[in-house]
Design a protein around this ligand. Structure first.
Ligand code: FE2
Ligand code: FE2
Ligand code: FE2
Length: 186
């Protein structure tokens, strides 16, 4: 594999891994503040980032050893309002800078499967930004967000509210490959 795409996969794995973990901690904070739907959204999107990290990781099966991963992850956790701002900023960076650059490098280097992994993540992060913005609008008025089931594709991480699509718009798998994060009554 060409070195620059390889390093982008390593950094992408690092960024997605941190996003996964950050969102799980943000979910716990949202629960403390009694925003159960915001917490559920963080858990669903954390799962999508786990899928993205796994897709990038699978492209690195030829490696054997330790490598430094750089990520532009946002630091400085706070209350849920701040956490949603951090989440939106992170998704924004991936949408406007990181993945477009990774995709272009992979295209130039003719690394087709790495390019596909980056394109799946890029397509998903746009949905994440939109869902987090919806949650932030609600939390800014002091209420939990109103949200139907959140569906996550187990293959590409595609994330959408409502019923699972018959076929994933990003990777094409059928709806059985979606996992739902629905509201649980306690
Ligand atoms: Fe992601
Ligand atoms: Fe994301
Ligand atoms: Fe998919």
């Amino acid at each position: 594999m060409r070195k620059m795409t390889e390093q982008n996969l390593i950094n992408g794995f690092g960024g997605e891994s941190q996003a996964h973990m950050r969102y799980l901690h943000f979910a716990r904070q949202a629960e403390k503040e009694d925003f159960p739907n915001v917490a559920r959204l963080f858990r669903a999107i954390a799962h999508a980032e786990f899928i993205h990290a796994g897709d990038h990781y699978a492209e690195l099966a030829h490696l054997d050893g330790g490598f430094v991963a750089n990520s532009m992850a946002g630091f400085g956790p706070g209350d849920t309002k701040k956490n949603l701002s951090l989440a939106i900023a992170g998704e924004e960076y991936e949408i406007t800078e990181m993945y477009p650059a990774f995709i272009e490098v992979a295209r130039f280097q003719e690394e087709q499967t790495a390019m596909r992994s980056f394109e799946w993540a890029w397509g998903t992060e746009k949905m994440h930004r939109m869902l987090f913005e919806k949650a932030k609008d609600a939390v800014e008025t002091g209420s939990d967000v109103e949200l139907g089931p959140i569906q996550v594709c187990e293959i590409c991480g595609y994330t959408a509210e409502g019923d699972a699509p018959d076929a994933c718009p990003l990777c094409g798998v059928s709806k059985e490959k979606f996992v739902a994060f629905a509201f649980m009554h306690v």
